[in-house]
Design a protein around this ligand. Sequence first.
Ligand SMILES: Cc1ncc(COP(=O)(O)O)c(C=O)c1O
Length: 443
Amino acid sequence: MNPRDYDLDSFWMPFTANRQFKQTPRMLVAARDMHFTAEDGRAILDGTSGLWCSNAGHCRPKITAAIQKQAAELDYAPGFQMGHPGPFKVAQRLKGTLPGDLDYTFFTNSGSESVDTALKIALAYHRARGEGTRRWLIGRERGYHGAGFGGISVGGIPANRKTFGSLLPTVDHLGHTHNLEHNSFSRGQPAWGAQLADELENRIVVLHDASNIAAVIVEPMAGSAGVLVPPKGYLERLRAICDKHGILLIFDEVITGFGRLGAPFATNLFGVVPDIICLAKGLTNATVPMGAVVVRKGIYESMMSAAPENTIELFHGYTYSGHPLAAAAALASLELFEEEKLYDRSRELAPYFENAVHSLRELPHVIDVRNIGMVAGIELEAAPGRPMTRAFEAFLRCFEKGVLIRTTGDIIALSPPLIISKQQIDELVGTLGDALRELGRKT
Ligand SMILES: Cc1ncc(COP(=O)(O)O)c(C=O)c1O
């Protein structure tokens, strides 16, 4: 191991126990395909696609080359009142991939920005159509929609909200769909819970009146709060209620997009088409930050026709919206996914992955295993008096053993790159199993 030529003090790390990390750092210095290289030279099997984002694995030469070429050719071009080819090409490609008339893409730089952009578009759209009273935004408990003020307002993770004041004023939340009593150890979509969507009509619409509600935003499968797979029929019901009351349905597919669930997008898998879709992460295979918000044709057209000729239709955008490097990375990534038939691969591998993760069900402290596509959640019973410690300890042990997993509370999430081999699935799940057995002996 080379000695570090920097210290760890000055960087305030995001969503990290900074003091714990700086005492026992876990540094990654390189990556290729399914593995990171740790600072001490160990290969670390990536069981999480980084943060659910390196869907095709790491440092793929095609994407690297595209970014390098673009950086040397057109490093930056202003995106306001000026254009360059990259984002137009990516938008065209997304239109060809997404179902229905999800035809128009607005670019951002992250999932958080995609969510805030989608919420702003929803409000602006209703106003443009003369329904400016529609201001309420409906999220869901245990939803994660990034770290911006819009995202944490509609999000439903208490720790992400409680420190930051009053947030957006006109927001309400549906209840979450997680229910171990009915659905533990489900494979794929749980059978119980479609009726939970009725809360939108029976409580939220009754309380606020549909004429005041702009949009409902949900992750089709909630990832960050612990892999909560939608019950069969749930999303269909949400769609129907939104349609009945003129409410826009926003799917936050920042995690579920680009093959994660064994289909190109969750909207394909579940056969439910939202009005607005939020993307990021896998869009560039995580190489250059980029997010996207894709809207249905009617939304774009309403916005265009509501504004006077030759004026800006939406006063929103970012310096780096559609950045040339990000666009080049996205195009190369989307091409690579297609060339390698990655979405098919994800679907084909999913049953093997499912069987592997469900083999953990008898291990100490495991109270649920759930999965869909190439995602799994393993929920542990909280240690008495020490909630949220067991899974983190499993994470530390797995890292020592050369495997990266992710935890949220007492839940372990697995979401490996879609290029993973069956042997590597065995290694990932086997190592986690060893860590859980060790924990079981300890407590
Ligand atoms: C569903 C969802 N939405 C939004 C975000 C935020 O994305 P970012 O961290 O790129 O801002 C995330 C990140 O994990 C996510 O899972």
